[in-house]
Design a protein around this ligand. Structure first.
Ligand SMILES: [Mg+2]
Length: 367
């Protein structure tokens, strides 16, 4: 089998809720990039990456030019066995994991379809029927955040990510965490995420003020050293996200003892293969994992669910139904949250394909 053509679509995804984060970051309408890799065997593979602006060293407009650069390596290659192809791409274009991620996902989709197996079978086998979801709560007034938490708790969600710092008011952040904690009762997981936007001092003040509560903190500051200092000063468990993006940074976070949990995002790592290697390292390092992606719709969601379902459930903290946060749904029959949980699609490969009407005409084509 040979790759014959690559198509790219750029689709705006509108968030149902505008996501306010620290340091003026906001996620509203974000462009997702959908990729179709065609072959001479009549099997197509789908991929997707959707970077959030001002979030990681990635932007949606950078994906198509990077794929154009990689296309001469891809066209004519055998797509079956994604890691061999990705090794050649890594030698050709250093870095750019977010642009490689949709290609890698498409190669896994083709490989699964060629084998007639769902991706979770190729990734080591399905360990669970479905996976626990978290719900991310936009940073607004504390009472409103508590109300949102109660609403999604009633829908079965038991893990709550509380966005902090949008108003640079550390006392309001204390109120946010305290009120969400009280709103969902004992038991559910509650964690406060600053997306790198807090000063070390503010994060420590917030953490100390809630240290009598069952709370985890997430990526308060921009460096691992600062996150480690916050953990050590507050005694609270710590999740790392933006600062953990490859083997070296995962090992450093572990050495600094600030990685109780970590976000494995497909496009941050460079696709399913790179995320699987990160997953295996985190199993060894003893970090609880959130397996997800930055943003996206049904293709990214299906890919992360296959990796999540093929991972030891004792190490999977949660996953994310990205497609539940945005419109349009690219594959209207894709997986949906049910009672706070979600299952990977059935069927060979990813098990989802976007509705052509929702994609419109491709923005670029390489052959
Ligand atoms: Mg985060």
């Amino acid at each position: 089998m040979r790759i014959t053509r690559i198509n790219i679509w750029r689709v705006p995804l509108e968030s149902h809720t505008a996501y306010n984060m620290a340091a003026g970051k906001k996620c509203e309408t974000v462009e997702t990039v959908v990729v179709r890799v065609e072959t001479d065997a009549g099997i197509d593979g789908w991929g997707e990456a959707c970077p959030i602006p001002h979030y990681l060293p990635a932007y949606a407009g950078g994906i198509a030019p990077a794929i154009e650069n990689m296309a001469p390596v891809l066209i004519g290659s055998d797509p079956v066995g994604p890691e061999a192809v990705m090794d050649r791409l890594d030698a050709h274009l250093i870095g750019h994991p977010y642009a490689k991620s949709p290609i890698d996902i498409a190669l896994w989709d083709i490989t699964g379809k060629a084998a007639g197996l769902p991706l979770h079978a190729l990734l080591g086998g399905r360990r669970v029927r479905d996976l626990p979801l978290y719900h991310s709560i936009t940073c607004v007034a504390p009472d409103e955040m508590a109300r949102i938490a109660q609403d999604v708790h009633a829908q079965g969600i038991r893990q709550f990510q509380v966005k902090l710092g949008a108003d640079a008011d550390w006392q309001a952040d204390v109120e946010r965490l305290s009120k969400v904690r009280a709103a969902v009762g004992d038991g559910p997981l509650v964690y406060g995420d600053w997306n790198c936007g807090a000063s070390r001092l503010d994060a420590i003040r917030v953490g100390r003020a809630v240290s009598h509560l069952d709370i985890m903190l997430e990526q308060p500051c921009a460096t691992l050293e600062e996150c480690a200092a916050v953990k050590s000063a507050t005694g609270l468990p710590m999740k790392i996200d933006e600062c953990a993006h490859d083997t070296e940074s995962l090992l450093k976070a572990s050495r600094l003892q600030c990685m109780d949990a970590v976000a494995i995002k497909l496009s941050k790592m460079g696709g399913i293969g790179a995320s699987r290697r990160a997953r295996d390292l985190c199993l060894h390092l003893g970090a609880q994992m959130c397996i997800e992606d930055t943003w996206g719709s049904d293709i990214a969601t299906a890919a992360l669910l296959h990796l999540g379902a093929a991972t030891d459930p004792r190490a999977v903290m949660n996953v994310c139904d990205l497609s539940g946060y945005v419109a349009p749904r690219l594959a209207p029959d894709g997986p949906e949250r049910r009672e706070g949980r979600i299952a990977p699609p059935e069927g060979p490969g990813l098990g989802v394909a976007p509705d052509p009407d929702r994609l419109g005409p491709p923005a670029a084509q390489y052959d």
